[in-house]
Design a protein around this ligand. Structure first.
Ligand code: DON
Length: 331
């Protein structure tokens, strides 16, 4: 734990914090031997496994940015948080939760095992593919572009610009994603989908292919940390009750079958994606010590070497170290 500092959230101390984070990034960047870049989507295979970048943005606007920051990457499964938020905002929480549950699976993100044995008659949660594809089918609109418009709008409200689709990633995923098609057919047979299967899958593949940066992830995390309110404009971007469910889903299901370990060792809501991004949310906390970012912050990490569960190896190590050093755990 960082001790003996006063008023850490001031620009004066930013220099010290920056030095710490720079050192940690350099250290963890080299710790990727247990990881592997995703290769099941050909375009993702091109990433350099030793890339590591992080952005932290606090409620007071203080930013720590370190490592490889000039990379953009596809949002992948982190989009599941955003599509769930859009669906809840447009259709209502009750409606959405009648169609997708909020229980962890303990299985891989693309598992088909649990589909057939869920007694609640709906996919387990919106963070695994079965639940996320169901959520994509709930988005309003007849085409994938119509369905994605509110998602782009939400992102623009959160990050300050309209992000773009990476067409190569989209095509790469669309042409290879047999498992997701299988999940889609199963969902269709069970009557879970509210839209045409082709449109639903196109929507899901496109939402995963939106390009973002660690800065964008940190901004999104900050708004979630601030209960859906933009800290500068004070505009309500996401209703508080929707933001709350999104954060609880991130904590319980966001790191897939490693969510329990992540909650135990890091202790903050987070969502990973197979391109190596992690969106993390540090809610405001009450502590005796003068620690950085006590009013809450958003953290975006990018490290493309993944562990077995599909989470960034160096990203998790870095987040764990920062959360422990600065006492960020909720628990
Ligand atoms: O469904 C897929 O295969 C991907 N486009 C998204 C999966 C993903 O990011 C899983 N995360 N770790």
């Amino acid at each position: 734990m960082v001790q003996g500092f006063v008023n850490l959230n001031t620009e004066k101390n930013k220099e010290w914090l920056q030095e710490y984070v720079d050192g940690w990034v350099d250290f963890f960047r080299k710790q990727t031997d247990t990881g592997k870049v995703a290769d099941y989507i050909p375009k993702l295979e091109e990433a350099d496994p030793n890339t590591l970048g992080i952005t932290i943005i606090g409620k007071d606007g203080m930013q720590i940015r370190s490592g490889d920051l000039d990379h953009s990457f596809s949002i992948q499964s982190i989009s599941k948080v955003l599509s769930f938020i859009v669906a809840c905002m447009d259709r209502g929480i009750t409606y959405v939760l009648q169609r997708v549950d909020v229980e962890p699976t303990g299985e891989a993100f693309n598992s088909i095992v649990h589909l057939a044995i869920n007694s609640s008659n709906r996919p387990f949660n919106p963070m695994v593919n079965a639940g996320a594809i169901t959520v994509s089918s709930l988005l309003n609109g007849n085409t994938s572009d119509e369905k994605l418009e509110p998602l782009f709008q939400l992102m623009e409200n959160m990050i300050g610009y309209r992000p773009e689709l990476d067409i190569d990633v989209y095509v790469s995923e669309r042409d290879t994603s047999m498992r997701n098609r299988a999940i889609g057919y199963y969902l269709l047979e069970e009557g879970y989908l509210e839209s045409d299967l082709g449109v639903t899958l196109e929507t899901y593949f496109k939402q995963c292919s939106i390009n973002i940066t660690t800065d964008d992830l940190a901004r999104m995390g900050l708004i979630l940390s601030n209960d859906g309110v933009h800290p500068e404009t004070e505009e309500v971007i996401i209703p508080k009750n929707v933001a709350r469910i999104a954060k609880s889903l991130m904590l319980t299901c966001g790191m897939y079958d490693a969510s329990g370990k992540f909650a135990s060792y890091v202790g903050i809501p987070a969502k990973s994606g197979v391109s190596g991004g992690i969106l993390a949310v540090v809610p405001p906390r009450v502590r005796d010590n003068d620690l950085p970012f006590l009013d809450g912050c958003g953290i975006g990490v990018f490290g493309p070497a993944l562990d077995k569960q599909g989470n960034s190896v160096s990203g998790i190590k870095l987040l764990r170290h920062i959360a422990n050093s600065w006492d960020m755990s909720l628990f």
